[in-house]
Design a protein. Structure first.
Ligand SMILES: [Zn+2]
Length: 426
């Protein structure tokens, strides 16, 4: 029973009963009413069409045909015809406008979509659609529930940390407190499937991990066989409490990073001991520091020769050379395919080199490897990595810049998750 104007207006339950220009150019006054003239009483369920009142309510809506719309809803307050019913009158409700709301659902949906899809700031979008910041933020929160499906079950779960924003000092109860907010991301790290962000949670403690896992379905938890983490004791603890019996693997990139740090620490200490100061550009060892961190097989013959020359002349105690050897042996171990005997031999080689070098740094690295060995072995057996999480860290940083300092971590989490969800669907 639509007339043309109602069809153009596009809210199925409503018909347009009047359109008139206002004193403002580009602003149209539109009056609508619901097509259905009857409604069921919310208390007794009896249908009634007896009108008690026709109040008009101003409703905010999307612009139409390039013009702003001053929308009025001519409501129906109906009388309940059931004599025994305690409700004497009630207002007809619509799916397009939530009860008590002064905005159409399509306006709220558009606002939420515009914020999340292109990662615009909430205030920018709210200004465009003439709604308040709070309305925009609430619309986004409501929409996120629909956009974000429950995380898909995965065999390999990746857990990683990201700094949510920079460190700040804030006054709290008359004393200064350091805030160092981190977020933990959960990723589908199964090599057979595309890496997907499954969830985010504020913090980076063991409880953050176990709480997030606790919120998922039993099916999701049961499906996990391996969890990949960086060598973080709190994460490992949280996983063990939430998923007893699951295998924990450490990402080999983080182990290589520790080995590189060990080489750097050794070089710094040796230069400090030799020169009584920090390394400078005039020290050949300092100038060639990046060669020490480059994988041996990636060095050109010329670079190899240069590195050997510097090590021969600038490392009289041989400690830097030994640290470099330990790092390379560890890399070789991590590159080993799943052959138990070869793994055992290479691990022995690495431990022996660390013991022979006998420096503070090599012993510390050997102890770390010993602590994490069961998890490293799982990595060697399954070859699972968190490398794809890096992509999400980039998105998280972009959202952070637009958000310009979210204080509520839940809002922040919703922004990131919805931006990723909408852009993934596209
Ligand atoms: Zn009733």
């Amino acid at each position: 029973m639509h007339n043309f104007t109602s069809l153009l207006f596009g809210l199925d339950e409503f018909q347009v009963i009047d359109v008139a220009p206002t004193t403002c150019p580009d602003l149209l006054r539109v009056v609508i009413e619901m097509i259905e003239t009857q409604a069921a009483c919310p208390s007794c369920g009896v249908f009634s069409g007896g009108i008690k009142e026709r109040p008009q309510r101003r409703i905010k809506d999307l612009p139409g045909s390039g013009q702003q719309v001053e929308l009025w809803w001519r409501k129906r307050r109906l009388k309940c015809v059931e004599a025994e019913c305690p409700t004497q009158s009630f207002t007809q409700t619509s799916l397009a406008i939530a009860p008590g709301s002064r905005m159409t659902e399509r306006l709220l949906a558009k606002v939420a979509w515009s914020i999340a899809k292109s990662n615009r700031s909430i205030s920018d979008v709210c200004r465009e659609y003439r709604v308040s910041w709070t309305t925009g933020n609430k619309a986004l929160a409501a929409a996120v529930q629909q956009w974000l499906p429950a995380p898909e079950p995965t065999r390999v779960l990746g857990i990683d940390e990201t700094r949510a924003r920079s460190v700040k000092w804030v006054v709290e109860a008359e004393s200064w407190k350091r805030t160092d907010p981190w977020m933990t991301s959960f990723v589908n790290a199964d090599p057979n499937f595309s890496g997907r962000l499954l969830g985010l949670t504020p913090g980076r403690c063991g409880a953050c991990v176990s709480t997030w896992l606790g919120k998922q379905t039993q099916e999701f938890r049961d499906g996990i066989e391996v969890v990949v983490i960086d060598p973080s004791a709190p994460y490992a603890c949280g996983i063990r409490s939430a998923l007893p019996g699951v295998k924990i693997a450490v990402d080999h990139w983080h182990i290589i990073k520790l080995a590189n740090q060990m080489v750097t620490d050794t070089r710094r200490r040796v230069i400090q001991e030799q020169q009584g100061r920090r390394g400078q550009a005039i020290d050949p060892m300092w100038a060639h520091r990046l060669l020490l961190l480059t994988a041996a097989e990636h060095l050109s013959p010329k670079q190899r020769k240069r590195l050997n020359k510097v090590l021969d002349s600038q490392d009289p105690t041989g400690e830097i050379q030994a640290a470099y050897q330990c790092k390379e042996l560890l890399r070789k171990l991590l590159a080993t395919s799943n052959e138990p005997r070869l793994i055992r031999n290479r691990l022995f080689e690495f431990y022996t080199a660390c013991a022979d070098a006998n420096t503070v740094e090599t012993i510390k690295l050997a102890k770390t490897i010993q602590t994490w060995w069961p998890a490293i072995l799982v990595f060697l057996q399954h070859r699972v990595t968190n490398a794809r999480t890096e992509g999400f860290n980039r998105v998280i940083k972009q959202v952070k810049r637009t958000g310009c300092g979210y204080r509520n971590m839940d809002n922040y989490e919703k922004r990131i998750m919805s931006h990723i969800a909408l852009n993934r669907a596209a």
